[in-house]
Design a protein around this ligand. Structure first.
Ligand code: SF4
Length: 315
């Protein structure tokens, strides 16, 4: 890869972000923690809000964690705010209020993983440690035409490529290339400063192959009780957890179904889990009209299996 070409491209095309205009280590750390799980535009807003109120680690350390949480409202993943507050207090007690500069010291702080430690050490302190994130993995997979690079492969590639004189710019250039040009879908290879060394252009959209997420499989027991008129007994589920606030029959990991009629197993697939629901039928004195309450698709499937009439059939 032509490293000079990529660095030149970065200097001409990098987005003007608040933490680039005013690159204090604390500002860079805030940005990296925010961008771990927040979109860029929202990250910029929250960075402004937090950095104005807490321009230094000491100013945050003196505040209550509730104030950090209050400013964090809407950014999600609130444990980040708690860890950041704890981090600021450690920086004050152990480092006299000055953010430590080495990868290992940063990695030991609350809320800092390998990526964030490498980003802050290189961008804020010019230490030659390579960052690996999804952008770098994608650029690497395409440059080397490797559909399935391991974590080790990507780290070795990034370590081998880093420009030791400008590690912060280099890491940002790789990530910026992935964000702006070598995008997940339809990369603009004709604008790419490193297209000459790229071996994956012909099948770039297929590189890298998405990681297979192993779905969790859970076994559940459900007892559906139906009255003489064919109406089921339904309970409203709690306000938190799966299907919060919706209505349905009793469903647990373990239920006493001895002597009951077994209706069958429903396989229900959600984004991160597969539910195998074993359904048993029982009777009850008086059920309710299931068409008057909110039901999940799974509960509709269970009711249909039990022969309960629904106005809106299950898809
Ligand atoms: Fe990505 Fe295309 Fe550049 Fe290769 S040439 S690194 S696929 S943008």
């Amino acid at each position: 890869m032509n490293q000079d070409a990529l660095l030149n491209w970065f200097h001409q095309n990098q987005r003007s972000l608040p933490w680039r205009l005013n690159p204090s280590p604390w500002s860079i750390l805030l940005s990296e923690i925010l961008l771990q799980q927040t979109q860029m535009q929202r990250g910029i807003e929250y960075h402004k809000r937090l950095y104005e109120r807490f321009p230094t680690p000491s100013s945050m350390a003196k505040s209550e964690v509730d104030e950090v949480l209050f400013l964090w409202q809407g950014a999600g993943y609130y444990s980040r705010a708690r860890r950041l507050h704890a981090l600021s207090q450690i920086v004050v007690t152990d480092f006299e209020g000055v953010l430590p500069s080495t990868y290992n010291e940063l990695l030991a702080l609350p809320g800092i993983g390998p990526y964030t430690a490498a980003a802050v050490a290189s961008i804020a302190f010019s230490h030659p440690v390579a960052c690996v994130d999804g952008n770098v993995r994608r650029v690497m997979a395409r440059q080397t035409n490797n559909a399935d690079p391991s974590v080790k492969d990507v780290q070795e590639y990034a370590d081998g490529m880093i420009v030791r004189e400008h590690p912060g710019d280099w890491n940002q250039a790789m990530m910026e290339l992935g964000a702006l040009v070598c995008r997940p879908r339809n990369p603009t290879c004709n604008e790419c400063p490193v297209h000459e060394s790229c071996r994956g252009t012909l099948r770039a959209n297929e590189l890298p192959r998405p990681k297979k997420q192993k779905k969790k499989e859970v076994e559940l027991q459900c007892i559906i009780k139906v009255d003489a008129q064919g109406q089921p007994e339904l309970i409203q589920r709690p306000d938190s957890g799966l299907f919060a606030g919706l209505w349905g029959p009793q469903m647990e990991e373990k239920l006493d179904s001895e002597g009951l009629e077994y209706l069958g197993c429903i396989k229900h697939i959600l984004s991160h889990r597969t539910m195998n629901v074993h359904v048993w039928k029982d009777t009850c004195k008086q059920g309710i009209d299931p068409n008057t309450v909110a039901l999940s698709t799974l509960d509709r499937r269970i009711l249909t299996l039990a022969g309960v009439f629904l106005n809106v059939p299950t898809e």
